[in-house]
Design a protein around this ligand. Structure first.
Ligand SMILES: C[S@@+](CC[C@H](N)C(=O)[O-])C[C@H]1O[C@@H](n2cnc3c(N)ncnc32)[C@H](O)[C@@H]1O
Length: 453
């Protein structure tokens, strides 16, 4: 196929000039824009064209002719193979600045908002081994192993060490795979819909190093499961609880509805800023506890609560922000659709002796019309990647709440929603990106808004 005088398989020389949303570098030639994975802005590279469509294409680097000053040797041996840390070949300083620029670009291009201050990204002092949760697929059929999906596919590659996860995790994955083989539980193969084990999830407590393990299985009662749990604990003493999640679905959804405790503790305990969270295996929790603590501090500092406020925390999860806010205001109402997370949030409130908080289970867009209070002093929004439902933004705007804190893991939907809120009279005072996911292209931001009148 020929497009714009280029052909697939052709070698071209490109000067890479910027980083696109998602982590590919961008180079331009004769009116075409090429996206190049593992390129660094400032590189001069020889690229083989792998894809062409209209006025853009993709290519892989075949030779680095001149290396960018932002390029470093990625420490992980799976860099470029695994789909995880696509920015490892860039200096950490450059990663942070490019994330800031991406946010700025989204706010002006998608949000159409000018003069919004996007502050420098709050990075980590040590941006490795920060991720407290892993979701590893099983591969290998009758000789099961645990790993990660190869970039852009569902092929499972064996994992010896992942540098953004705690070291204990390596032992958990290795021992779990060994025991799976011992109990003759083959890895589930999507293509032929055969096998037993789908995933292993593990979540690690940042201070104590205790690990909660969830085995996701096609079978509800795989033979030997209790022995498996005990032997896993014996082999890796940090394992404090082992669960089985039953998931016989035929699609790609990772977790089924039902969890069974096989051995050990029901909950994992994580401390963020002096509040202890008891986590059940099914609920969302921030994956980077160090940076979650930084976010809590930033929010509390900006909100400057005096103790008399009523706060609404929409998309509240297990109460990460609600409980901190409740210690500083009159009352917090949290809204959350996951039943597991609401149960955790309620338990966490009791565990921390916090009484001035209540949690409503339901979709925010469904329950926001019937809340116990008429007016709130502060609304916190922390939606999933797709952003807030229109009805939610409309209700918040109509309530006339004076201040909004919007936490987002997707700058595009953040920009879209800030534009909607701007149309309802809210000015975005500033945005502080926080690097929750170093070495990956993911970007987390906190936007602080106030009612213009
Ligand atoms: C990004 S997480 C934030 C959780 C929490 N604020 C925290 O920091 O731990 C988004 C949360 O929104 C919940 N959620 C997703 N869609 C929702 C909806 N339509 N209504 C209410 N909650 C929803 C998810 O279950 C998840 O707990």
């Amino acid at each position: 196929m020929t497009e714009n005088n280029f052909e697939k398989g052709q070698q071209v020389i490109l000067n890479l000039d910027s980083l696109a949303f998602g982590g590919d570098s961008v180079g331009r030639k004769d009116g075409m824009v090429f996206f190049v994975p593992e390129g660094a802005p400032g590189d001069k590279v020889e690229v083989e064209i792998t894809y062409l469509s209209g006025n853009f294409g993709r290519g892989i680097i075949t030779k680095i002719l001149e290396a960018s000053p932002y390029r470093v040797t990625p420490p992980c041996s799976l860099h470029g193979i695994c789909g995880g840390c696509g920015l490892q070949h860039l200096t950490y300083e450059y990663q942070l600045e490019s994330k800031r620029k991406t946010v700025e670009d989204c706010i002006s291009r998608i949000g159409g908002l000018e003069n919004v201050e996007v502050l420098p990204v709050l990075g980590m002092e040590d941006p490795w081994r920060y991720r407290n949760k892993v979701q590893a697929p099983f591969g290998g059929g009758l000789d099961p192993y645990l790993g990660l999906y190869a970039k852009g596919s569902h092929r499972v590659i064996r994992l010896d060490d992942c540098l953004i996860q705690p070291e204990v995790n390596n032992r958990v994955l290795l021992e779990a795979a060994r025991l799976a083989k011992k109990y003759r539980w083959p890895a589930y193969k999507e293509e032929i819909r055969k096998g037993i084990l789908r995933y292993l999830l593990s979540r690690t407590e940042s201070k104590s190093g205790k690990v909660q393990v969830v085995l996701v299985s096609m079978e509800k009662e795989p033979k030997g499961r209790y022995k498996f749990a005990k032997e896993l604990h014996d082999a890796v003493p940090e394992v404090s609880g082992v669960w089985l999640n039953y998931n016989a679905r035929r699609d790609n959804v990772v977790l089924g509805e039902n969890y069974f405790l096989l051995a050990g503790d029901e909950f994992l305990e994580e401390d963020i800023g002096g509040i202890e969270y008891l986590l059940s295996p099914g609920s969302f929790f921030q994956v980077n506890p160090v940076q979650a603590g930084s976010m809590v501090s930033l929010i509390l500092e900006e909100a400057a609560l005096c103790g008399r406020e009523k706060v609404l925390d929409i998309y509240c999860g297990a109460g990460t922000f609600s409980l901190h806010l409740a210690r500083r205001c009159e009352r917090v109402t949290g809204i959350e659709e996951s039943g597991h997370a609401v149960e955790d949030a309620e338990r966490n409130a009791i565990h921390n002796n916090i009484e001035n908080v209540e949690f409503i289970k339901g979709k925010a867009e469904d329950v926001i019309g019937g809340l116990p209070e008429k007016h709130y002093d502060l609304v916190v929004l922390d939606p999933p990647r797709k952003g807030c439902a229109r009805e939610v933004l409309k209700a918040v705007g109509e309530d006339g709440v004076p201040e909004i804190v919007y936490i987002s893991c997707n700058p595009s939907t953040l920009a879209r929603d800030l534009k909607i809120l701007s149309g309802m009279g809210y000015k975005t005072r500033k945005i502080r990106p926080v690097d929750m996911f170093p070495h990956t292209p993911h970007i987390e931001c906190i936007a602080f808004l106030e009612r213009a009148d």
